[in-house]
Design a protein around this ligand. Structure first.
Ligand code: DLL
Length: 435
């Protein structure tokens, strides 16, 4: 892999500013955001009144703990346009969450918001090692999902040649990467694995691809997966974190020179970690739920948004801004099986540690009588006989039992048997009766 460390002179000055400077900027911006939200969002003003707080109560950064949280339910209740702090006519873009259950969550951007987002995505791409003049292949979905457009505008801002492919039509993805000479790819890690399969199906060597770095996010993925991807393509695999309610991709981004967790762009977002049960703010270094407050957003300022993502805050390294640890998963994705808590990423690590298995997996939860059961669906990297499959199943089952303390029914299928997606992977299929 080539050294893609950006030239320090190319960074935004704030990326390496002192902590004091960052905190001072955060305080001014936080005060302005509270005033703006309070003045222009009736729902926010009502919540502040109910909690007995006023924007003027924020004198120090940690005074933010006195203000009420915003939850996804608040955005849902305001469907479609009830959360905006500017008139609808000033929104130049809408995005929305997939909304598998009920109504989608709608988010909107003013012209200035899009400008901020493009700037942060340009900064994020630069952190991944992308440079002006590079060819950036965007395989995140374009549409209501924020991934495609977010990466697109950022890459244009950085001065790259953007290829807006979106997800799907996997054979064509490979053709375009090769023919257009893409040096950066923006994609979910699980869809990148499908592109990798396609390279092999076409008899092409992924190591020989023009790709040098990648901006991977939209779903949790492990360092074991990073090693798999970096080895397969001989390119850097860099973690990009974000969520539509707070902006989209580019809220936090890992740096190619350190790969030690995404740096939160603290000039635009103020992070807290809370105990998800009590709501109490936890110190840096403690694991809990990430809560984010936007510092510069105009159309949809968001105060203390409960992301449900579990991580911790770590000190800055390649940048002075703090990092988040690799997101373990969402509290909603935590599997509780016979009293043991588990995240899909823990299964991912075990699957990737097994020789002979492809990096694809799905977890199926079911109930027999009063007993919950877990099946792990995996596939072999190349065709093999039943006896070999049975051996692999036994080995993986034993590893999961030893390391995670739970028994699982391991189902080893032939190559291609685990369901694929062109965007975020569906890791858990819960067949248990509801309620
Ligand atoms: O997934 C935005 C995005 C697009 C981020 C492309 C990065 C790259 P949503 O669809 O609103 O937005 O989903 C946000 O996805 O709360 C996390 O649970 C999860 N997520 C996003 N990035 C990561 C990541 C986009 N790097 C939700 N690691 C978030 C772990 C992630 N989880």
């Amino acid at each position: 892999m080539r050294d893609l460390t950006p030239n320090p002179a190319d960074l935004d000055p704030i990326e390496t500013a002192s902590r004091d400077e960052i905190s001072a900027l955060q305080r001014t911006r936080l005060q302005a955001t509270l005033r703006h939200a309070h003045a222009n969002m009736p729902g926010v003003a009502a919540k502040f009144a109910a909690a007995g707080v006023h924007p003027g109560d924020l004198r120090q950064l940690d005074d933010i703990a006195r203000f009420p949280f915003t939850e996804k339910a608040d955005l849902r209740a305001a469907y479609p346009f009830g959360m905006f702090a500017v008139p609808r006519q000033q929104l130049v873009r809408l995005h929305a969450s997939s909304g598998t259950t009920g109504k989608p969550t709608v988010v909107g951007y003013s012209a200035r918001d899009l400008d901020t987002w493009s700037g942060l995505m340009a900064r994020s791409l630069r952190a991944a090692g992308t440079r002006p003049g590079d060819v950036v292949h965007v395989a995140y979905g374009y549409g209501l999902f924020t991934g495609g457009f977010g990466a697109h505008y950022g890459a244009e801002r950085l001065g790259c040649t953007v290829v807006p492919v979106s997800g799907g039509m996997t054979p064509r993805q490979v053709t375009l990467i090769e023919d257009f000479g893409a040096t950066t790819i923006c994609v979910t890690p699980s869809y990148l694995l499908s592109i990798l399969d396609e390279y092999r199906a076409q008899g092409r060597d992924p190591v020989a691809s023009p790709l040098q770095t990648s901006m991977l996010g939209g779903e949790p993925w492990t360092n074991a997966m990073r090693a798999e991807i970096e080895g397969a393509f001989d390119m850097h695999a860099i973690d990009c974190y974000g969520l539509s309610e707070v902006m989209g991709p580019g809220v936090a981004m890992e740096c190619v020179e350190t790969k030690d967790g995404p740096h939160l762009w603290e000039d635009h977002f103020y992070p807290e970690i809370i105990d998800p049960d009590t709501g109490a703010v936890l110190p840096d270094g403690a694991f809990g739920e990430l809560v984010l407050t936007s510092l510069t957003k105009e159309a949809l300022p968001i105060i203390r948004y409960r992301t449900r993502d579990l991580t911790r805050l770590l000190p800055g390294t390649a940048r002075t801004m703090r990092r988040i640890d690799k997101v373990l998963g969402r509290s909603d994705d935590m599997i509780i099986l016979r009293g043991v808590n588990l995240f899909p990423g823990q299964i991912e690590e075990q699957v990737l540690a097994q020789p002979g298995l492809a990096p694809h997996f799905q977890i199926e939860l079911s109930r027999q009588g009063r007993m919950d059961g877990m099946a792990v669906l995996v596939e072999t990297a190349s065709p093999c006989d039943d006896a070999t499959r049975a051996q692999i199943a036994a080995r993986l089952g034993k590893r999961i039992k030893q390391t995670l303390g739970m028994s699982a029914d391991i189902r080893v299928g032939p190559p291609g048997s685990v369901a694929r997606s062109a965007g975020k992977a569906l890791r858990v299929v819960d067949l248990r009766p509801k309620g």
